[in-house]
Write a protein that binds this ligand. Structure first.
Ligand code: SF4
Length: 360
């Protein structure tokens, strides 16, 4: 059952997050996916932005390495959480997968086919199969369009509208799928709450029957009580439609609830990938440990014993990432070789992958 976040629902919602039942475990280990069950494969992806000087004759004098060698695989029907501090490159990774930003180097394969070679009908099929849900539901919906037109737009663009009656019925069906009601199609975005607007964004993303949705901080702009309702919508849709999600977020409680596996990013790189059970039970990379030490735990005794690891120093500039391990300037466990040798993301034998010399 979905929940409509009407003003009444919001007024009675408890202050803490009320998630539905936790997702069934698709994976209890971080077992890397086989090629056959991978819907998305990202290999050594780099997205660098040139930095130029001069007004007339722009000269490049450097580049921002927003994403600098990211590799991961997403299984069919899986949710992979992508977490890290703001500016670590997670949203840029999502935009490159959507082909909204050009990859500098690396390979992205969807359903086994390289995105770089897509054009014509294959490109169109890809545009239908992969959709995005954005962070700010207000900015992503045209305020001058009725909800009916917003949700119908992708169907019209892709020539899948059918007749007027069919289109209306499909819009109504999509709104119901996200917990809204068909009569709401005649309203404008400003007549809805933040959570309802995000549901409209999800309905629009579903219009073309995608198999993969890139969710870029989809609940971080919402009230905490509404976040849980929208997360539950995502999970229910995944159960009924078999969707795969790349779920980009910085809120670790949200990511823990929705993800099968989680990838942790720092300064343009993935430093650890594991199932959510592994990552929360035994984070291994020193950055993951610090990140997760900030998350309160429900158990009172464990919460009393929780020791917060406070990292020293600022995140270095992605224009000049540190040599060797790029976390060495802040790592409490740094060793002499860490500033010289770049650690490789290695499987620890149980599916948990860590990029750290402590685990070489
Ligand atoms: Fe810390 Fe060295 Fe591991 Fe990097 S490689 S996380 S600096 S111990």
């Amino acid at each position: 059952m979905t929940h409509i976040d009407t003003p009444l629902a919001r007024s009675v919602a408890p202050p803490d997050r009320q998630y539905g039942s936790a997702r069934p475990d698709a994976s209890t280990t971080g077992r890397p996916p086989h090629a056959s069950d991978a819907i998305l494969r990202v290999e050594d992806l780099k997205v660098h932005f040139p930095v130029t000087r001069g007004v007339m004759f722009k000269r490049q004098f450097g580049s921002v390495k927003a994403v600098d060698g990211v590799s991961f695989t997403l299984r069919r029907g899986e949710t992979l959480g992508l977490v890290g501090e703001s500016g670590c490159g997670k949203s840029t990774t999502g935009l490159a997968i959507m082909k909204m930003l050009p990859a500098t180097t690396g390979r992205i394969a969807f359903d086994g086919e390289d995105l770089a070679g897509f054009s014509g009908a294959r490109e169109k099929r890809f545009r239908r199969s992969v959709q995005m849900v954005y962070q700010d539901p207000f900015a992503s919906l045209n305020p001058r369009m009725k909800v009916r037109d917003i949700v119908a737009e992708p169907l019209q663009v892709h020539g899948m509208a059918g007749g007027r009656g069919n289109l209306q019925a499909r819009v109504g069906e999509l709104l119901e799928m996200v917990g809204l009601l068909p009569y709401m199609a005649d309203r404008y975005p400003h007549e809805f709450s933040g959570g309802q607007r995000q549901r409209i964004g999800i309905a629009r993303a579903l219009a073309l029957k995608p198999s993969l949705i890139v969710c870029d901080e989809p609940v971080s702009a919402l009230d905490v009580s509404i976040q849980a309702q929208v997360v539950n919508v995502f999970m229910e849709l995944q159960r009924s439609l078999g969707l795969s999600y790349l779920f980009i977020a910085h809120d670790l409680a949200v990511v823990r609830h929705i993800s099968d596996r989680i990838a942790v990013m720092y300064l343009g790189r993935i430093v650890e990938i594991a199932s959510r059970h592994q990552l929360y039970a035994e984070p291994r990379h020193p950055y993951t440990k610090a990140l997760f030490s900030a998350v309160p735990v429900a158990d009172v005794r464990a919460e009393r014993q929780r020791q917060r690891i406070v990292l020293q120093g600022e995140v270095p500039s992605p224009m000049h990432p540190p040599s060797g391990c790029r976390f060495h300037t802040r790592c409490p466990s740094a060793m002499p070789q860490c500033s010289r040798v770049d650690p490789v993301l290695r499987d620890q034998g149980d599916g948990q992958m860590v990029a750290c010399h402590l685990y070489d």
